[in-house]
Unconditional design. Structure first.
Length: 245
């Protein structure tokens, strides 16, 4: 049987994810683990290339990443993995086992991404749910492990914890990205159910990323008073030739 990584590298991305997810916890077994991890690493490598391409295109167009605060404070749109990223991923894999391989690979290879900001040709881009994936909290000086340890402790001490899963937060929701009061953050539900992570009850992490990259990093269709669609071709230009994960 052809390995999953060989199929993935040959272009059968959707089929490979379908089959790996169908394995469930068997993906962590001796028979499949190495192959599944190879797919997750390849996914992260492709995601890193997409992020770097997107950031380069946005900055060439005059885009400035900003914090979602009242002052729109400038900040970097991408932090490559810090020196402590492998240790953070190792800790998560041990603490939250079974931990999604795709999330661990993202932490080790991609880093923190924040496409909230100001675009001179599309001032309303902040309303389009720009791509944000921040597990390391690098812009805040790191400290992600301490934050997640605190959240995990609160969850484990909650008498109602059986009614809801623990969530590994990694991004504000679409409204908070635009500095508007909204809902809770986006996050990965734990413990995991296999190779990929779930963002909410039905959306896979990799599928969510693919949707974001297909829209040039701005997948949202949020409507608000005064909202203006992006200039013709802007999203298409940002998404051109980005790699499917």
């Amino acid at each position: 049987m052809t390995s999953h990584i060989a199929r993935y590298q040959a272009g059968d991305h959707d089929g490979v994810w379908r089959d790996l997810r169908a394995l469930g916890m068997d993906a962590f077994g001796v028979r499949h683990r190495e192959d599944a991890q190879a797919v997750a690493r390849e996914m992260a490598s492709r995601a890193r290339q997409n992020v770097e391409t997107l950031v380069e295109r946005l900055q060439a167009d005059g885009f400035t990443a900003t914090r979602n605060d009242d002052d729109a404070t400038p900040r970097p749109p991408h932090f490559p993995p810090a020196d402590g990223a492998p240790a953070l991923a190792d800790w998560m894999e041990e603490t939250f086992a079974p931990f999604p391989m795709t999330v661990a690979a993202w932490i080790r290879q991609v880093g923190d991404v924040w496409l909230v900001g100001e675009h001179p040709r599309w001032p309303e881009s902040v309303l389009a749910d720009p791509l944000v994936v921040e597990f390391e909290h690098t812009v805040h000086g790191g400290g992600a492990r301490g934050y997640y340890e605190g959240e995990w402790k609160l969850w484990t001490e909650d008498d109602e914890r059986d009614a809801y899963p623990f969530q590994l937060d990694y991004a504000p929701d679409a409204l908070h990205k635009a500095n508007i009061s909204g809902d809770g953050p986006y996050g990965i539900l734990l413990s995991g159910s296999g190779v990929d992570g779930l963002v909410g009850p039905t959306t896979w992490f990799v599928d969510d990323l693919n949707d974001a990259f297909a829209a040039g990093g701005f997948p949202g269709e949020l409507r608000a008073e005064g909202y203006v669609d992006p200039p013709a071709g802007l999203r298409e230009g940002l998404a051109r030739d980005l790699l499917r994960l």
